[in-house]
Design a protein around this ligand. Structure first.
Ligand SMILES: Nc1ncnc2c1ncn2[C@@H]1O[C@H](COP(=O)(O)OP(=O)(O)O)[C@@H](O)[C@H]1O
Ligand SMILES: C[C@@](O)(CCOP(=O)(O)OP(=O)(O)O)CC(=O)O
Length: 450
């Protein structure tokens, strides 16, 4: 096996935007985002073919879900349009996976353009296995420990991807990032892509942002992809104009322009890890409470933007106040000021609620408000927020990292669930500062072809 066909496992974390929802869409502002211990792992390896047999096939499998094997053919299109990826159907029809297909298109196009040897030898067939930690979906009751054998650590979800209940941890950004990184690390020699080097991370970030925006069909702030790559940080978005001129996949010049955009053009986003320091003060942890019903962010952003257009002065004042909260919370956490956490988080909730009231968007819906008010009275809980866009995605809690606090929080949520006939639970997932990383193969032995 040559160096360019390494068997690799790459993982990328989920995210929680503790403060800065909505304002982070504007380059004037920043958001405080934490990476999460829930990761999506991608194992990339060659598909063994018989001597002399040539295949142009990539197989992506997500074995935790039902009916989740996607087979793709690919070929180079004319006029520098890059690599076109086509889903192959054989046997039972498989629902397309738009995020996976788009990521393959962007990553393979990049690979084919930067590695000239690919022009003559092409890409060898590859198999990509996706394994997600269970907290991404509500159906699971607990996350097995990370030291459990891999098959037990990534248990089946007994559902199709379409029917899975997402908890809002950012699965699409994590999979786009991990899949992109795994493809680059698998197909490219280290001289052209090194995940451990700043230049490699920059390429990965830019490529994953471009692919994620394309798959989403909109240009968000990109805080989720940024934290999937870099982990916890204070994030200032890139100018959306950067992506505006890129031809669509398969259009003339797509390949050339993508390589320029990703590898050569300076991006103006800012990922400040120093402002977050080592993460949280010792003995303090970010945990998440799942309410088992996700939220459609798109409609909420539209509502807030309409309010901002109608009430520009009021909105600007509110945005600036929220920015003040973002900076204060980052400073308190960085300064390990445990006593200051409550005072720094309270105003985040207050301003998010005010934004919600004035824009008519349920940013902190009443049911979440009441639950968080109760939760904040539990001894050991420093503060809570509806992260990101708010709504019914999992709520974030900053609390003391000990068994007693965990017991009290679980007790409170258990009672709350009973009294309100809903299912609220403390997930195992924790805030974690590290971004994308290459994993050892040991834990994934059972899935490696011999
Ligand atoms: N484990 C997985 N395996 C394969 N594809 C996945 C997986 N998790 C997420 N995806 C892809 O990401 C999409 C979900 O993206 P989205 O609705 O934006 O959710 P999120 O808010 O979690 O990012 C799925 O439709 C699928 O295309
Ligand atoms: C409104 C936002 O600023 C934050 C949304 O954060 P969420 O964490 O709610 O995101 P989703 O994963 O898309 O549900 C939009 C953005 O920054 O893109």
């Amino acid at each position: 096996m040559t160096e360019t066909d390494r068997t690799v496992v790459v993982s990328a974390p989920g995210k929680v935007l503790l403060a800065g929802g909505y304002i982070v869409l504007d380059r004037k502002h920043t958001g405080l985002v934490f990476g999460l211990s829930a990761r999506i792992h991608v194992l990339a390896q060659e598909i063994a073919t018989s001597e002399g047999v040539h295949l142009s096939e990539i197989v992506v499998q997500s074995p935790q879900f039902l009916n989740a094997t996607w087979k793709y053919g690919y070929h180079q299109v004319g006029d520098g349009g890059g690599i076109k990826v086509t889903q192959l159907q054989s046997g039972e029809p498989v629902e397309p996976n738009h995020f996976v297909e788009t990521t393959l298109t962007y990553a393979l196009t990049y690979i084919a353009h930067v590695d000239q040897t690919r022009a003559t030898h092409g890409l060898r067939p590859a198999s990509l296995l996706v394994l997600a930690d269970s907290d991404y979906y509500s159906s699971s009751s607990s996350t097995p420990s990370s030291s459990a054998p891999a098959a037990a650590r990534f248990p089946p979800f007994h559902t199709t991807l379409r029917d899975a209940h997402k908890t809002g941890l950012g699965s699409s950004a994590a999979i786009v990032t991990a899949l992109t990184a795994a493809l680059l690390a698998h197909h490219l020699p280290r001289a052209l892509f090194d995940l451990a080097a700043p230049a490699g991370r920059r390429v990965l970030h830019n490529l994953a942002q471009a692919a994620h925006c394309s798959a989403q069909g909109k240009i968000g702030s990109g805080f989720d992809v940024a934290s999937a790559v870099y982990g916890s940080c204070l994030y200032r978005r890139f100018s959306p104009a950067l992506l505006a001129g890129l031809p669509n996949p398969a259009e003339a010049g797509f390949g050339r322009d993508l390589v320029r955009l990703v590898g050569e053009r300076p991006w103006d986003c800012e990922v400040d890890k120093d402002k977050v320091g080592e993460g949280l003060p010792r003995g303090v942890v970010v945990r998440m409470c799942d309410v088992d019903c996700g939220t459609q962010t798109v409609g909420m952003v539209k509502g807030v933007n309409e309010w901002r257009a109608k009430e520009p002065a009021r909105a600007e004042q509110t945005y600036n106040e929220l920015q003040g909260c973002v900076d204060r919370l980052a400073a308190v956490l960085r300064g390990r000021d445990v006593e200051g956490i409550r005072g720094a988080m309270g105003p985040v909730r207050e301003i998010m609620r005010r934004m919600g009231r004035e824009s008519g968007v349920p940013i902190e819906p009443e049911s979440q408000e009441a639950m968080l008010n109760g939760l904040e009275k539990v001894p050991g809980v420093y503060g809570s927020v509806v992260p990101g866009a708010g709504g019914y995605d999992a709520a974030a809690v900053v609390m003391r990292d000990d068994d007693e606090t965990e017991r009290l929080v679980k007790e409170f949520l258990g009672k709350w669930s009973q009294e309100h006939e809903i299912q609220v639970r403390l997930m195992e997932v924790r805030g974690e500062t590290e971004g994308v990383r290459q994993e050892g193969l040991g834990e994934f032995e059972t899935w490696i072809n011999r």
